[in-house]
Design a binder for this molecule. Structure first.
Ligand code: MN
Ligand code: MN
Ligand code: MN
Length: 286
């Protein structure tokens, strides 16, 4: 039985509309799924019934960007009440600021004399649609316009710090974001801890601050990871008294190394995050 508590749809920067994501979950035999779009719960909300009809148990979720001592950290909120006002107001504010940043990024790119993509801003808006704009969309558009060959090159040449398209974004503080999730009755999870490339010591500081703020879990299993990294992260979760989550961070089918539900098994020595859900995970009940 497979579970996946981290993935994206067209409601943020994923390639598949929410219904197609559910179809893929069925195809990959993922029985329990949390859709965790960036800073929105709209994708999840749109397929609650569709998932039920297809016998996929959906757990509500969201992935929220925040600031911790100058670093951008992603916090996944699981099993949240999506009707919670504080959570939704926080997310709405982030979405507004994301478009402000995107507009500044477009202006910076277009200010470069040899940047010849007519109507870049309009194309970006069309691509994002009702979704939540992010640098991933910029990367995708730069690929489609044949300015770069892949997303890594897009970040390297245009989007990362120090490049022409980079605009610093001021995210809400980590403690605020954890509070929104707690207010909404959910479980806060540090997403993909290895992605931040922190020293072990710094990661321990992050975890300590996160725990202090009320955070309860850390992603221990995600892709692509060595099994030694998974057991190491499991030990770290246990040392800090945190539960362990698992998630592929699926964005698009062509990223075959991050397939929906294609995850290593959860180590047996951890407290699995679903033990903290108010919703009981049906596939676990024997
Ligand atoms: Mn993303
Ligand atoms: Mn993330
Ligand atoms: Mn993600």
């Amino acid at each position: 039985m497979k579970m996946d508590f981290h993935c994206h749809t067209t409601a943020s920067d994923g390639a598949l509309p929410p219904e197609q994501l559910i179809d893929l979950a069925v195809q990959h035999e993922v029985k329990c799924l949390a859709i965790t779009d960036h800073d929105t719960t709209a994708g999840y909300e749109s397929v609650i019934e569709y998932a039920q009809n297809n016998k996929v148990q959906l757990i509500s979720g969201v992935e929220i960007s925040c600031d911790w001592r100058g670093s951008t950290i992603h916090i996944v909120g699981l099993d949240v009440d999506v009707a919670n006002t504080e959570l939704q107001q926080g997310l709405a504010k982030i979405r507004t600021s994301r478009w402000q940043r995107a507009d500044e990024m477009v202006a910076k790119l277009e200010s470069r004399p040899n940047f010849n993509v007519p109507q870049f801003g309009e194309k970006l808006q069309a691509m994002v649609g009702e979704g939540v704009v992010g640098r991933g969309h910029f990367a995708q558009l730069l690929i489609e316009e044949n300015l770069v060959k892949d997303a890594a090159q897009a970040f390297d040449r245009y989007l990362k710090k120090g490049r022409v398209g980079y605009v610093k974004h001021l995210w809400p503080p980590l403690a605020d974001v954890v509070q929104w999730i707690i207010q909404a009755g959910g479980v806060a999870v540090i997403a993909h801890p290895k992605v931040y490339k922190m020293t072990s010591r710094k990661l321990n500081f992050l975890i300590a601050d996160f725990k202090q703020a009320g955070g309860q879990a850390i992603e221990v299993v995600n892709q692509p990871r060595l099994s030694s990294e998974i057991t190491g992260m499991a030990d770290r979760a246990n040392a800090h008294g945190l539960a362990a989550s698992l998630g592929s961070d699926f964005h698009r089918p062509e990223h075959h190394w991050r397939g929906l539900g294609w995850l290593a098994p959860m180590p047996s020595n951890v407290m699995p995050v679903w033990m903290l859900f108010k919703t009981s995970v049906e596939t676990i009940k024997k």
